[in-house]
Design a binder for this molecule. Structure first.
Ligand code: AP5
Ligand code: MG
Length: 216
């Protein structure tokens, strides 16, 4: 049975940061819906252009296109053993669709770490974030700065600030999260999958908590 871990939590809490670390230690693939949209945008695909119109406003991209993008991605062979899902599902409709597609792909959601932090921390983290153009490696000007300003340590590509990381857009994304994604907390709690993780500490501490919760 393929193993899927769903990372749940508000914008800027550290899902991408922790997903990259977990992917290394579990050897599962990191699948981020936001990164897939940004990659489409970089390649100027129709999906990328459509997604941008929602992302720039801080709204969710419609369920049907999001679900079919994730379905395509996890049907690839590198996901045969499973994946770390970051940013998907984000609505009950997406969660139901995930259950269905995993039955078909002989997989299941094993655990749902739910990472939380206070709103001022989310605003500070997104406000100082720098992302790598080539592969989406994540930095923060104060908490995890790159060795050389503006350059990714891993692949040497340019670092940029996401268009949706402006304070107004982040505030909107948090509202959309509370409204549309919070119901998933109960959804996965009812199924006995939820692992609550305090995301307010430093990256390494959060990773430790995550790994020890996943072991149990
Ligand atoms: P997406 O890209 O998924 O953004 P998000 O969920 O809003 O989350 P972020 O990527 O902003 O934050 P993160 O939790 O990954 O934090 P990170 O690790 O980078 O989605 C963007 C948009 O795409 C959505 O608004 C929507 O429009 C669309 N979309 C995506 N998925 C969708 C879906 N399923 N359905 C519909 N639409 C969808 O960390 C943030 C910063 O904090 C970094 O600078 C990092 O270095 C720093 N940091 C991390 N952890 C710590 C720590 N412990 N201490 C100090 N700093 C830390
Ligand atoms: Mg992210």
């Amino acid at each position: 049975m393929a193993t899927y871990i769903v990372l749940l939590g508000p914008p800027g809490v550290g899902k991408g940061t922790q997903a990259k670390i977990l992917a290394k230690s579990t050897k599962l693939v990191h699948v981020s819906s936001g990164d897939l949209f940004r990659e489409n945008l970089k390649n100027q695909t129709e999906l990328g252009k459509l997604a941008k119109s929602f992302m720039d406003k801080g709204d969710l991209v419609p369920d049907d296109v999001t679900i079919s993008m994730i379905r395509d991605r996890i049907s690839r062979h590198d996901c045969d053993a499973g994946a770390i899902l970051d940013g998907f599902p984000r609505t009950p409709t997406q969660a139901d669709a995930l259950e269905k597609m995993l039955t078909e792909f002989h997989g299941q959601v094993d655990a749902v770490p739910y990472i939380t932090a206070a709103e001022d921390i989310l605003v500070e983290r997104t406000g100082g974030r720098w992302s790598c153009r080539a592969q989406g490696h994540i930095y923060h000007q104060k908490f995890s700065p790159p060795k050389k300003e503006g350059i990714c340590d891993v692949d040497g590509s340019e670092l940029y600030q996401r268009d949706d990381d402006k304070v107004e857009t982040v505030t909107k994304r948090i509202r959309v999260y509370l409204d549309q994604t919070m119901p998933l907390v109960e959804y996965y709690r009812k199924r006995g999958k939820l692992l609550e993780i305090n995301g307010m500490e430093a990256v390494e501490q959060v990773t430790q908590k995550l790994l020890s919760a996943l072991k149990k």
